[in-house]
Design a protein around this ligand. Structure first.
Ligand code: ACO
Length: 432
């Protein structure tokens, strides 16, 4: 699945009278297809058929020309005004704001609100957002029991989906088929309520999964704390004396989540919108995204990358591993990206965070293997000629690792920062 999306930023470059003239050599008939926003509608090709105009409309419709695009490599599935990525210039905008500016001047709650509701929050809106999230953050006992029922080596996304399902089951009135009616399309009050509940539940379930891996109890959240501070609080990652999370960790987590908050139509966001197009509830949409994220070519690449570093073992073995990649014996997970054919603009921010944590980086054997791979690959013609760079997810993974997180929870922590972006797309979809 590609990250291709039609964004409002392309609209202004479009001339409405543009059209594509197509001649079907099978019938010698020419057709005019409107071009709007530099795109043609796949359904406009349906009227093109080899069986000619004499056939019945139904037969012509059935025999209409199809468009095949495995992986959505050049197919947009939605008009969106949420995120705009310029893969050539290497820039990202959320709702028209440059990512770099947002990182400098705002925290994750601001960005989260911006993505979902389209403007930066006033102080009152921000406090209300925080209070609403906090009011929904306490995991019901059935959710705690569900997570605890899993073996501790269970991949996080299986527990995440089960945790969200158990949570939704405590109040099925938010599930359309339970209520026997459609609940969300155009009903923005219900949509907004769904967004808040899903963000709060997702963050708490991820905290619960972390605690399960660590064999400890989840701690209470603080209604006055930010989302980033709260997940660390719930995980029990606090200073012995102050009983609060380390402000440096909170700051870095905030930046990581802003960097990951949205990335247009990624595989997981598209999966979520696919489920949303059937008018399913937001818990189900986010669950679908989590499942998609687990794939080895998507977020699952992080886990595979770690296992690769483990297998390579030491810096001395890196040249042989690179030779094996070049001989197509295996793909380097965490390398390559569908959109970026230049440097991923997120990487510089992640490198800054890594610099802040440099002592911890030196102590991590996997990271030294990863950095050696990066050093060699970045100078090797095989990688240079194919524009293959470390992708931002892998760099983010190094940062989480340097913060002390184990590999099995890292993709879940990335998902925690992406849930609001996924829901921003769901809200946009429901607003139509
Ligand atoms: N390691 C080695 N070679 C690679 C890699 C890689 N990671 N990625 C692409 N290539 C090579 C291919 O073998 C191919 O070479 P060839 O022309 O000699 O056959 C060439 O580069 C083009 O490969 P494509 O698959 O066509 O590249 P595409 O841009 O479509 O793929 C993708 C992007 C799927 C991310 C790919 O780079 C990949 O498989 N990477 C590894 C998995 C990964 O890290 N995924 C996470 C992406 S970020 C995210 O989703 C969270």
């Amino acid at each position: 699945m590609s990250d291709l999306i039609l964004n409002d930023a392309t609209y202004c470059e479009t001339q409405l009278a543009d059209k594509l003239t197509v001649t079907d050599s099978r019938t010698s008939i020419s057709y005019e297809i409107p071009i709007v926003n530099n795109a043609v509608k796949a359904t406009d090709f349906r009227g093109i058929s080899a069986i000619g105009p004499a056939a019945s409309p139904l037969d012509r419709y059935a025999a209409g020309l199809k468009i095949i695009d495995p992986g959505f490599q050049n197919t947009a599935v939605a008009h969106s005004s949420i995120t705009y990525i310029d893969g050539v210039k290497g820039t990202i905008q959320y709702r028209g704001y440059m990512l770099d500016d947002l990182l400098e001047k705002h925290d994750f709650e601001d960005v989260s609100f911006l993505l979902v509701w389209g403007h930066l929050p006033s102080r009152e809106e921000k406090l209300k957002f925080r209070a609403n999230l906090s009011a929904k953050a306490d995991p019901p006992q059935s959710v705690i029991d569900t997570i605890k029922s899993f073996p501790r080596n269970t991949p996080y996304h299986l527990m995440f989906v089960a945790g969200l399902s158990a949570w939704a089951a405590t109040d099925p009135t938010m599930i359309p088929i339970y209520m026997g009616k459609e609940l969300y399309l155009g009903k923005m009050h219900a949509v907004d309520e769904g967004v808040i509940r899903t963000i709060a539940a997702s963050i708490s379930v991820i905290a619960l999964i972390y605690c399960h891996y660590q064999e400890k109890q989840i701690c209470p959240s603080d209604p006055d704390a930010s989302l980033a501070e709260n997940i660390l609080l719930m995980m029990g990652l606090v200073d012995e004396t102050s009983k609060r999370p380390d402000p440096k960790m909170v700051r870095i987590l905030n930046s990581l989540w802003i960097v990951y908050a949205d990335h247009e139509m990624t595989n997981s966001t598209a999966a979520s919108l696919h489920v949303g197009s059937g008018l399913a509830d937001p818990f189900s949409c986010v669950s679908a995204a989590a499942c998609a994220l687990s794939g080895p070519l998507h977020g699952g690449a992080i886990d595979l990358a770690y296992k690769t570093f483990e297998r390579i073992g030491s810096k001395d073995n890196v040249p042989q591993a690179i030779a094996d990649v070049k001989a197509h014996k295996f793909r380097l997970s965490g390398y390559g990206h569908r959109i970026y054919k230049t440097v991923d603009p997120r990487v510089k921010h992640l490198k800054n965070a890594l610099d802040e944590l440099s002592d911890n980086v030196q102590a991590n054997a996997h990271l030294s293997v990863a950095l050696e791979i990066d050093r060699i690959a970045s100078q090797d013609p095989y990688f240079i000629s194919r524009n293959l760079n470390t992708n931002a997810d892998l760099y983010g993974c190094f940062v989480f690792s340097a913060m002390g997180f184990k590999p099995e929870i890292i993709t879940a922590l990335m998902l925690a920062g992406r849930v609001n972006g996924i829901l921003a797309h769901w809200r946009e979809q429901m607003g139509k």
